[in-house]
Design a protein around this ligand. Structure first.
Ligand code: MLT
Length: 250
């Protein structure tokens, strides 16, 4: 069995070999993955990812306005006319319970939309670490390979995503020593060793962490570092993300 890490969105020319038939975890720690977990934990009905703000607005017209929330960011800031930005703190129960969230972010939603042909796609972060690890381990035990995709930033490696991926790989592989890990996965584990116990340092060293702090979003970093604070398993299926619950057990 294999547990591989891919850095950046799945490349269009790759034929999807990294993800075909696999269970795929998409990580965008700062902040899309974290905000998705918070929204679902607070009762959002579903989250639909879009590449562009225009597509999200167009789709909103198919809903009663009260049933949807337009959410997302460009250059970290809320999109003009949208209800919510991309700060996990904005996805309160009051704001999202029972609502469908039409969501577009710079890197996170693009990485998610690049995954085609996977068996299952799950959204992973620090805040929902343990339940996602349990799902990935179950996949390997059941004979399905796993791929972890680090969304990165502007198509570049993002330190926080690869360190988080390393934490996942280590946790998955420890009880399953026969699992083969690619070089990217091994490099991620080294970064987890360096930063895993010091997530504040991780975000302070990471370019995206620095940019968020400079833009006034320093408080978001604490949300994104709170391991297991929102223990949900967000599953992306049939163009929408919902919470894996008893009715959608794998
Ligand atoms: C993204 O998807 O690019 C990020 O979540 C950006 C952000 O921090 O808002």
């Amino acid at each position: 069995m294999r547990a591989d890490v891919v850095v950046g969105a799945v490349q269009p020319g790759s034929g999807g070999a990294e993800v075909a038939g696999r269970v795929v975890a998409v990580i965008d720690v700062l902040r899309a993955s974290t905000s998705i977990a918070v929204a679902l934990a607070h009762g959002a009905k579903a989250i639909i990812p879009f590449e562009s703000a225009e597509e999200a607005v167009l789709r909103s017209k198919a809903f009663e306005r009260a049933d949807v929330r337009l959410a997302g960011e460009r250059r970290m800031r809320a999109i003009p006319g949208f209800d919510l930005g991309n700060s996990p703190a904005e996805f309160t129960r009051d704001a999202v319970e029972g609502k469908t969230i039409l969501f577009t972010t710079t890197n996170g939603t693009a990485a998610l939309l690049s995954v085609q042909g996977a068996r299952d796609v799950v959204i992973a972060s620090f805040v929902n670490f343990s339940p996602v690890v349990a799902m990935l381990r179950a996949a390997l035990r059941g004979g399905t390979d796993v791929t972890i995709i680090c969304a990165g930033r502007e198509r570049q490696l993002a330190l926080e995503d690869v360190a988080c991926a390393g934490r996942y790989v280590r946790a998955i592989v420890e009880p399953l020593p026969g699992v083969v890990v690619n070089d990217a996965g091994r490099a991620c584990m080294v970064l987890d060793q360096r930063y895993g116990a010091h997530l504040n340092e991780l975000f302070a060293d990471a370019e995206h962490g620095q940019a968020l702090a400079a833009a006034g979003f320093a408080a978001d970093l604490d949300w994104c570092a709170a391991i297991d604070s929102y223990p949900v398993v967000p599953i992306y299926q049939e163009r929408q993300i919902t919470k894996l619950g008893p009715e959608r057990e794998r």
